[in-house]
Design a protein around this ligand. Structure first.
Ligand code: PLP
Length: 379
């Protein structure tokens, strides 16, 4: 099997599974309990918090554990607007955000917020000039993703952060679910106020993630109850999953350099073989090396995904959350692609466990399957 759908989710490392399983068996106490077992669980969570903070150049007290990226994004956005809407009701995001940001903005728009959706160019990049021109006295939040989950474009986060230092009323949120651990992030130099991460995108367990929240910045909680996580996210901490996330972080960071080198070579190889085929359009070529997106015009994504699966190659059409919806990709349309291109997008995404064999097998499968399907369908 050649699993190349790592932007949807990744296979947990063996060491992560062992850590989580050991923790469930031995460190099952509630970290809020006053006894020794509770203290042990609390220590484990605090060690993990420090590891996450170190990777972001943040302080441990700035890390809030959540159930994953969706919750972190919702907490960041609702947390800012619920607390500061009396300061202004204008919020800014981009047209290519993940649904867990985009749909929250749409809901807020229906509720009366003025929303600016920043456009992107044909490479999927926002424009700093458009962002600057959109900022008003009413703006309270800018949310822009780091790496796009469908085609890998990398937004100029540090430049946005610097621009926003001139607007102290504005919170800057970054959805870093597809970049965290793979691309170094420094919340200090990038001037980020809030940042979302999710463990299952870097070979950790599903159901755990975190939100970075800059010190002295306050947001309204989404969940109210036990007052955990400084009152910002109530609920008993999932300590085994948190320990699994820290283990995955440690292993992934150690592999990062070789991963980026290998995926650069592999993406180039895949691009070379794809461009030798007919009616292929590459989407977001300049993005991260570990995500490659192309449209095979005339062939619906679903058809090609299934045909590649028959060759034991697992890829996806668009974002995993929306891939079951039979509609063109919102992200590809935003990049100016035609409808015929936006319904035929294919994403190949690599992870830390991807091998050269996976890539060569994928290359062969593409070379076999695409011309055959094109002949049948006569595109
Ligand atoms: C960019 C991005 N943000 C947020 C999420 C949601 O993360 P989670 O699955 O942990 O809720 C995803 C998952 O696909 C994503 O790719």
């Amino acid at each position: 099997m050649h699993y190349l759908d790592n932007s949807a989710t990744t296979k947990p490392y063996k060491a992560v599974i062992e850590t989580v399983s050991w923790m469930f068996e031995h460190t099952y106490a509630n970290p809020a309990s006053l006894h020794g077992l509770g203290f042990q669980a609390e220590q484990t969570a605090e060690d993990a918090r420090k590891k996450l903070a170190d990777e972001l150049h943040a302080k441990p007290s700035e890390i809030i554990f959540t159930s994953g990226g969706t919750e972190a994004n919702n907490l960041a956005i609702h947390g800012v607007v619920n607390r500061y809407q009396n300061r202004g009701k204008h919020i800014i995001t981009s047209t290519i955000e993940h649904d867990s940001v985009y749909e929250v903005f749409q809901k807020l728009e229906q509720e009366g917020f003025a929303v600016t959706y920043l456009s992107v160019d044909e490479n999927g990049m926002i424009s700093l000039e458009e962002l600057q021109a959109s900022l008003t006295n009413e703006t309270i939040l800018v949310s822009v993703m780091h790496v796009n989950n469908e085609m890998g474009a990398v937004q100029p986060i540090a430049e946005i952060g610097h621009l926003l230092t001139g607007y102290p009323k504005v919170f800057f949120h970054v959805d870093a679910v597809q970049s965290f651990t793979k691309i170094p992030i420094d919340v200090q130099t990038m001037k980020i106020d809030l940042l979302s991460v999710s463990a299952h995108k870097f070979h950790g367990p599903k159901g755990i993630g975190a939100l970075y929240l800059r010190k002295n910045k306050q947001i309204a909680p989404l969940l109210i109850g036990g007052g955990q996580e400084m009152g910002i996210r109530s609920g008993t901490l999932a300590v085994p999953l948190i320990a699994g996330m820290a283990k995955a972080l440690e292993i992934t960071i150690a592999k990062r350099e070789s991963f980026l080198q290998n995926t650069h070579i592999w993406k180039t190889e895949l691009l070379t073989s794809l461009t030798s085929l007919k009616r292929i359009r590459i989407n977001g070529e300049k993005g991260v090396p570990y995500i490659l997106n192309f449209s095979c015009v005339g062939l619906k994504s679903e058809v090609l995904v299934r045909a590649l699966e028959d060759e034991t190659v697992f890829v996806s059409s668009k974002s995993a959350c929306s891939s079951k919806k039979e509609s063109p990709s919102r992200v590809l349309l935003a990049m100016g692609r035609k409808r015929s291109e936006a319904i035929s997008g294919i994403r190949i995404s690599m992870g830390m466990l991807t091998t050269a064999t996976d890539i060569s097998h994928c290359q062969k499968a593409l070379q076999n399957v695409i011309p055959t399907l094109q002949q049948w369908i006569k595109v």
